[in-house]
Structure formats: C-alpha cells, structure tokens
Design a protein around this ligand. Structure first.
Ligand SMILES: Cc1ncc(COP(=O)(O)O)c(C=O)c1O
Length: 388
C-alpha cells in the first residue's frame, strides 16, 4: 500500500545527505572532541562546522549555540537555567502561554513546586497570544517569559518580538521555543529580540535526540547537567558528534531551500485545506489561518472522534495526528484547543495535517479522495446529533 506521511510536526524523515554525513562521522571520526590529539581534533572540527551551520539558520553567532539532546532539554535548560541562575532570593515569577509544548508547561509546573510562581497566558480562538495579556501579567517579580514561536498543533505564529520587548521593559528575560518554526520559516534571533531560543534537529530532517539552545552572549544561566567543561561549561557530557554533524547538515539544507520549500508546501497545505472544507460538511479550521507556519492545518470534524478518524486514515495508508493524547484508555482533550476556549467536543474531534518534503499533489488527491467517505461512515456509526 502506498503511504502518505502528513505528520511532519511529529518528526521528519532524515534527509539522505544527513544520513551520509552521520555515517561518515560514525565510521571515521570516532575521536572524543575534548582530546588534544588528531582524532579528537577531527571530531572537534566537525562540531565547529555544525555549530556554524546551526548558527547561520537562526542568524546567531556560533559561540552562542549550545548543543543539547533536543527541544525538550533546550526548553528545560532555558527555563531552569535562568530561574536557578537568578537564585531564590531574586525574581520568582514565570509567564508562559497556555498553548506551550509540555516541555515548557511541565517545567514551569515542576518549578512551581519549588517556590516559583507562574502565570499561564490565555489565548483566544485565533490561537495567538496577545501582547496586551502579557502586559497585564508582567510584574516586577517576573524573571522569564516563554512564548513559543510557532505552535505544534495548529501552527499559529506568536508575536514574539513584540512580547519580548514588553518583557524587557519590565526587566524580565524572554525565551522562545522555535522547535516548530526553525527550518520552516525564517528564524532570526536578533529580529525576534529574544534572549534564549530552542530548536530541535528532527523537526527539519535531521536526527532525533539532538537540538540546540541559543543563549544571547553575556546571559548567565546555570547548567542543568553538571560535569566537565563541554559546550563552554554550559552543558556537560561528551558530545553526540554524529547527531550534531547531522543537525548541521540539516540546518544548511533547510536554510538553502527555505523560501522555495515554504512556498511549495504552503500551496499544498492550502489546497488540502480548501478541498477538505469543500468536500466534507461540518469542518472548520482551528486557529487563525493568516499567521501560520506554511505546513500545518488543524481541522475539526463535527460528530467525529479524532482518534477513530486517525485510525481509519492509517488503515488507508495516511498518517496524521490528533492533539489529544490517549493515555490509560481515556482520551485527553488537546490542551491547546482547550486553551483556545473550544467546547469539549471540538477539543476531541480535530486532526492535524502537517506537510513536508515528502508530499506532492498526489498525496493531496489521495486524502481528498478517501476522507469524505471515511467521515461519512464514522458519522453514520455515531448517534451524536449535528451541532450548530
Ligand atoms: C513546540 C515543541 N517544543 C518542544 C518539542 C520537543 O522537542 P524534542 O522532541 O526534540 O524533545 C516539540 C516536539 O514535538 C515541539 O513541537
């Protein structure tokens, strides 16, 4: 059966050029980058090259890039590193939006158990946080504001630069989780005016288990991993050389074809969206359609349980995702759609289609050909009445 992958926000296939570069490093450059001899220096040179490529993707200086084990660690490092560097006697208030990734939300929750206070910024139906809401939440005790650049479930882009300016005016630092925007749209640390920025390689055709935190020069933050003096004493542990090299190659490839690929993918996404809305009654796009990353659409299907639709599509060879997490037999509603104020049924009937390099017109045709029939069948099996 041919398979159509429409889940690029979950992860992407590693680009073959990335695989080749990583294989070469695994085979030939096994040295420890901290070693002074030839083998170590070869590995160190490979890391330096990757650091420059990653820095170029986000408009940064290579010395400001700290390699990590991925987006989750980068988010943890940014939030814990700043909170703990400023010390218990200092500012203790954190602000994040209610639509952040769990890597941010659960880190703030964990700090709340150790004396930090937090505010979750509400977002409206657009799925875009408002600078005014941030203004109202900022206090003289706010140490850090963390607002994601693009949301993973609905793709909306947040007004990061404007919010960062507001945070700075009150003496707070600003972190953005750019895991879902880096590689898809232009991300420039200076234009965004942030202090810290997280990215993850596996979202832009690099390997899993490697990411980076960009730390503005001069910013003090405590390492969360203590040990040796790796990464300028900011992240201890022998470097994941093949992963880092893979991330560097993926970053260069993403930067080289960013505009062209964004145009191509957004045309496919828009066509998919239009055709689904037209062919399937009772469908609505969740969140603002204007300020979005080019590859994502999140569509609500009235009187359909998202999990059933996901499984039915998978049986037909189409991979999508729901924002809901199925845990211990109960369907958790998407925290993002919930934060947008949608009623319970809509937080459980929405599907995320996230497109990418693998997709062509043929994929869109395929989905549009099978989706109306599947939805109709699922609806015929449910007794839930149509909602206005
Ligand atoms: C917005 C966002 N932040 C953080 C992460 C975590 O990244 P990683 O999988 O590299 O830990 C993800 C992954 O889905 C994400 O979408």
């Amino acid at each position: 059966m041919p398979r159509t992958y429409l889940d690029h926000n979950a992860t992407t296939a590693v680009n073959p050029a990335v695989v080749d570069a990583m294989a070469a490093v695994l085979r030939d450059d096994f040295g420890n980058p901290s070693s002074v001899h030839h083998f170590g220096q070869r590995a160190k040179a490979a890391i330096d090259q990757a650091r420059s490529a990653v820095a170029a993707l986000i408009g940064a200086d290579p010395s400001e890039v700290v390699f990590t084990s991925g987006g989750t660690e980068s988010d943890n490092f940014a939030i814990r590193g700043v909170a703990e560097a400023l010390g218990p006697a200092r500012r203790r208030h954190l602000i994040v939006t209610a639509i952040e990734h769990e890597a941010v939300l659960n880190t703030v929750k964990a700090l709340s158990r150790h004396g930090w206070t937090s505010t979750l910024l509400a977002v409206g139906e657009t799925g875009i946080a408002s600078p005014d809401t941030l203004s109202a939440a900022l206090t003289d005790d706010t140490v850090l504001v963390s607002v994601m650049h693009a949301n993973n479930e609905i793709g909306t882009i947040q007004p990061v630069a404007e919010m960062a300016r507001l945070a700075h005016e009150r003496g707070a630092l600003f972190h953005t989780d750019a895991v879902q925007s880096a590689g898809k749209i232009r991300v420039d640390v200076k234009a965004l005016e942030v202090d810290l920025l997280s990215i993850s390689a596996h979202k832009f055709y690099g390997p899993k288990g490697v990411g980076a935190l960009w730390v503005r020069r001069g910013l003090r933050l405590l390492p969360i991993l203590t040990g040796g003096k790796h990464e300028r004493s900011r992240r201890a542990g022998t470097e994941n050389v093949p992963g880092i090299v893979g991330m560097g190659v993926a970053a260069s490839l993403a930067a080289a074809k960013m505009d062209e690929e964004a145009r191509r993918v957004s045309a496919l996404r828009d066509r998919l969206e239009e055709r689904v809305l037209r062919a399937v009654p009772g469908t609505t796009v969740n969140g603002a359609r204007s300020a979005r990353v080019p590859n994502t659409t999140n569509i609500s299907f009235d009187r359909v349980e998202a999990e059933s639709l996901l499984i039915a599509l998978d049986l037909e060879g189409v991979a999508v995702s729901t924002g809901s997490a199925c845990s211990s037999g109960t369907l958790e509603p998407s925290h993002v759609l919930k934060a947008m104020g949608f009623p319970a049924h809509r937080t459980q009937n929405s599907i995320r289609f996230s497109l990418g390099a693998a997709n062509t017109d043929a994929d869109i045709e395929r989905v549009v050909a099978i989706l109306p029939g599947i939805v109709e069948k699922l609806r015929s099996l449910t007794r839930v009445p149509a909602r206005a």
